[in-house]
Design a binder for this molecule. Sequence first.
Ligand SMILES: C[S@@+](CC[C@H](N)C(=O)[O-])C[C@H]1O[C@@H](n2cnc3c(N)ncnc32)[C@H](O)[C@@H]1O
Length: 281
Amino acid sequence: MKNLLKSFRSSPKFSIKWDNYFNIYENFFKKFVNKKITFVEIGVGNGGSLFMWKKFFGPKAKIIGVELNPNAKKLQKFGFNIEIGDQSDPNFWKKFYRKFGKIDILLDDGGHRNIQQITTFMESYEHIKPNGMIIIEDTHTSFMKKKGFKNPSDYSFINFSKLIVESLHRRNPSLNKKPNKLSDRIESIFYYDSIVSINFGSKKISKAKLLKNNSKLKEFIIDYRHKGSFINTLSKFEKLFGKLDENTIIYKIIRKCFHRNFFITLNEKKRIRNYKKMINY
Ligand SMILES: C[S@@+](CC[C@H](N)C(=O)[O-])C[C@H]1O[C@@H](n2cnc3c(N)ncnc32)[C@H](O)[C@@H]1O
């Protein structure tokens, strides 16, 4: 049995977690084992997971639990830091980081509502150490209507996370978009069943640069990306106007339109809709 699962099973307090989480966490967290880290879990419940993390990470780790229920304070006697507060309150987080400073790992297993997950992420990302991570657990709630989650909706955490995905892509100069505060900090995002992990880089991540191995090796090649449809359209225009030289305005306009993908055909859209149906959308 893997170490994390062993620690879970032997925890002296009750805990409940989906079975697929253990392998994922074991892989994410192995680099932090026996290190002097600060690990924060939102949602203490009965305290079972706090004992599991303590055993897994070892005695050097500082384990902090964040919980709405004041009874959780009782667990402090076992060596945990317990902060009572509401994860959806930005002021709670401001005080929290003033008190504890930067942290290595934030695991959100709290109330799982959109505003709780999104506030927690937005109020925390500037307080994560290099190589640290924010993990949001039970993200299936982004697709749950029942139990008050009222999803899927434009305001779900998963929909919000698409903005984080876009922020990473702003590092690519082809987009010509101004990088935002997330662009140079977040290295990658991993999506699993019900877990999203946002992974921070070891240092500021700069914009991507285009590398060429050796310009002398470049031969004249035609980019075939738009060949089929471009040639068809060109020949229709040539029937009207006669042979079009590459330097004519009409030729240039047609080429630009294809380059900018103006002509996504109805058939292409239909095929994509059909593919979506094949996976039940
Ligand atoms: C699923 S339980 C946590 C279980 C625990 N992490 C474990 O694995 O054993 C969720 C906890 O989040 C707490 N919670 C719910 N909403 C919260 C909020 N807005 N802020 C902080 N904690 C919250 C609940 O009181 C509950 O104890």
